[in-house]
Design a protein around this ligand. Structure first.
Ligand SMILES: *[C@@H]1O[C@H](CO)[C@@H](O)[C@H](O)[C@H]1NC(C)=O
Length: 186
């Protein structure tokens, strides 16, 4: 039991430090109805996010492509200290009845983390939410506004914040992501 607690703590502490934990289990937001995975593929830029410790760079973008086995190739990139860094992960639809609820893992030793497409028009913007329950006592979550272009109109961002809030997701700490001078830096 003691060992178990230590292992659990070692696993969750970095998560807790990365985000402000909220009491209670994860909220259950509505997700994009009739989600079309194919249309969602391609390049998305990070417009705004809840701060996550594992994202320190800027010009963050993700390129989704379908693999022949129907899994999703997820290549995320950022510029950190003047260098372009890329990581590759795998995305899956975990339950075909809920195609907008993706899982993404950046390493085969890690479990899939939730990556829920709450809303998207496929051509302009997307709202993504990820939440992990910790012993059902509290939860840590991440939220992103993604755009097909490096910037989105303020009205689109405001609308997105409203949708998060309506679904009981606290986005008061959401911050704009830096997407300036991206093509010149590298
Ligand atoms: C996205 O990935 C696909 C497949 O690997 C590639 O053909 C395409 O050029 C990539 N797009 C960007 C913007 O990196």
């Amino acid at each position: 039991m003691k060992l178990f607690s230590v292992v659990v703590l070692a696993f969750i502490l970095p998560l807790i430090r990365a985000q402000v934990p909220h009491w209670g289990p994860c909220p259950e937001p509505a997700v994009q109805p009739a989600f079309n995975l194919k249309e969602f593929m391609g390049r998305w830029f990070e417009i705004s996010k809840l701060p996550a410790q594992f994202e320190k760079g800027w010009c963050i973008e993700t390129n989704f492509t379908l693999r022949t086995d129907n899994s999703i190739r997820v290549v995320s990139s950022e510029i950190l200290k003047g260098e372009l860094r890329k990581i590759e992960g795998t995305g899956v639809i975990e339950d075909m009845k809920n195609p907008a609820k993706l899982g993404i893992s950046y390493s085969y030793v890690l479990p899939y983390s939730p990556y829920w497409i709450m809303s998207t028009d496929y051509v302009n913007s997307a709202l993504v939410y990820s939440c992990t329950d910790i012993l059902r006592i509290f939860h840590v979550d991440f939220a992103w506004i993604l755009g097909r272009t490096r910037t989105l109109p303020d009205a689109t961002v405001e609308k997105a914040m409203e949708i998060f809030a309506k679904n009981n997701i606290d986005v008061s700490r959401m911050i704009p992501s830096r997407q300036k001078d991206c093509d010149q830096t590298i």
